[in-house]
Ligand binder design. Sequence first.
Ligand SMILES: [Zn+2]
Length: 233
Amino acid sequence: MSWRCQRIGTSAPRLLTGAPAAGRRLVCALALLLPSASSSSLSQLPNRSALPIVDSRIALAQALKGSRAPARIRRSLAIVTVRYISFDGKRHQGQVVVRKDLAREVAAIFRDLEKARFPIKKVVPVVRYGWSDDRSMADNNTSGFNYRNKPWERGLSRHAHGAAIDINPMQNPYVRAGKRLPPGSKRNPRARGTILEGPVVRAFIRRGWRWGGHFRGEKDWQHFDKPGRRARE
Ligand SMILES: [Zn+2]
């Protein structure tokens, strides 16, 4: 019956912010109790290998633990469960923390990326890396919210407001004035996981996001952000 739970989970934005998720868990729990489960033949049971590999499944409170973000920002955030094809060619499930009002479109963007079969190494909240963007990038992790400054200059990054996402940093470096982040990263347009003009960029742009590959004077190939209105602070 896990197949049924999975289908229920994918039919709606997968936001683990409270009642809807709890409701889905209840539906799944009830589905497990249905008598029809016992009448299914073994051949009809789902292939467990079709279930995604879970890279992250934590609650929002855990995902924000230890962050220096002020309460007004913490209150504006949601954790979004997303699925993607990783570099092993298998479906994975991870989570990204973004501003609440962006959560639905972020879920839709990741669905577009999965449809395009764009490989993403992993999507894990930065709390797992002790809030170190360097450690998260070195692990080629795709991340959203992190209450931090911009590298190489003063001021908060848009990641600090949950309005930015960095994807596959090792294949998509941040390059500026001869410097690059993360160390050891390399942009090779033919390498898997490299962001090029195409369906990945379109998935963001059509929803009003910017791509750092379009920046002038610097290239932040891994970076997408949503300009404009910020969460109330
Ligand atoms: Zn970024």
